[in-house]
Design a protein around this ligand. Structure first.
Ligand SMILES: NC(=O)c1ccc[n+]([C@@H]2O[C@H](COP(=O)([O-])OP(=O)(O)OC[C@H]3O[C@@H](n4cnc5c(N)ncnc54)[C@H](OP(=O)(O)O)[C@@H]3O)[C@@H](O)[C@H]2O)c1
Length: 246
């Protein structure tokens, strides 16, 4: 039987990359999003479920249906973030933090009996640093996810579930690649300040998520892996010098 992996927020961006990586590795993949996925994603072994994760009664019903249809889980990856009109604080907290907690608690008893199960939560370097392009709720929710991961790493360890976090910086993904391709100035800036000399991509983060869901990470739990090409290692002074060339 194929391993079953559920990707919450897997219809676009990094989540879509992760869903495809699982599918290419031979998993049965369930994907949650609110909107229809691109037509090209209507494939065998990619099962889409449309539900808003903050509609908790519908979410619970959908999670039950997913397990009924595709069986117990080997992997759960959570990438959803608030993208809607309205109160940004409430939206970020409910979509990122509360929904992640609700989903993990609803599914904790629905993993395989093997000790090879994994949960990965996607955060951001905004869990520690301040990005003035994102609202306060985004920062607070992302910071909270790190501790939520450590809590569940301890409490779910005995069920054979490892729980880890991936923290990317700004990345190129399918949906913004044309924008960055046309923004030569912005690309040059990123290339200059990131120690690895280039912008990160959704594929870079998806590879780390695949690693955390693999046997290669069999004794790793409660950890956050930053995927930022080293940019968050630089002091403010080093950054200023790189940008100005002084
Ligand atoms: N993009 C970056 O540069 C970057 C940098 C650092 C960290 N991150 C983090 O990486 C993760 C993925 O980012 P991304 O840019 O790939 O995101 P994205 O393109 O905005 O995709 C978000 C996914 O979550 C789903 N989603 C959002 N709200 C939902 C809701 N209420 N209910 C159900 N599904 C919902 C979306 O599906 P629908 O649209 O169908 O609802 C979509 O599949 C996020 O957690 C983000 O904070 C991203």
């Amino acid at each position: 039987m194929k391993p079953h992996s559920l990707v919450v927020g897997g219809t676009r961006g990094l989540g879509r990359e992760v869903a495809h990586a699982f599918k290419n590795a031979g998993h049965a993949v369930s994907v949650i999003g609110r909107r229809e996925p691109p037509q090209s994603d209507r494939q065998k072994d990619l099962h889409h479920w449309l539900v808003d994760v903050v509609d908790f009664p519908s979410l619970k019903k959908t999670l039950d249906q997913i397990i009924e249809q595709n069986g117990k889980l080997a992997n759960l990856v959570l990438l959803q973030r608030f993208k809607a009109e309205g109160d940004k604080w409430k939206g970020e907290i409910e979509t990122s933090l509360t929904a992640t907690k609700e989903i993990i608690e609803a599914l904790a008893g629905q993993f395989t009996a093997s000790r090879e199960n994994s949960i990965v939560v996607v955060s951001s370097i905004a869990d520690e640093f301040i990005s003035d392009t994102q609202p306060v709720g985004y920062h607070v929710a992302k910071a909270g996810l790190g501790h939520l991961v450590r809590y569940y790493a301890v409490t779910l360890g005995s069920k054979g579930i490892r729980v880890n976090c991936v923290s990317p910086c700004t990345m190129i993904k399918e949906e913004n690649k044309d924008f960055y391709a046309k923004s030569e100035g912005l690309q040059n800036l990123f290339n200059k300040i990131i120690p690895l000399g280039r912008m990160g991509t959704a594929e870079d983060s998806a590879k780390v998520i695949s690693f955390l869901c693999s046997d290669q990470a069999s004794f790793v739990t409660g950890q956050t892996i930053t995927v930022d090409g080293g940019v968050s290692l630089l002091s403010q002074e080093a950054l200023a010098r790189k940008i100005t060339g002084l």
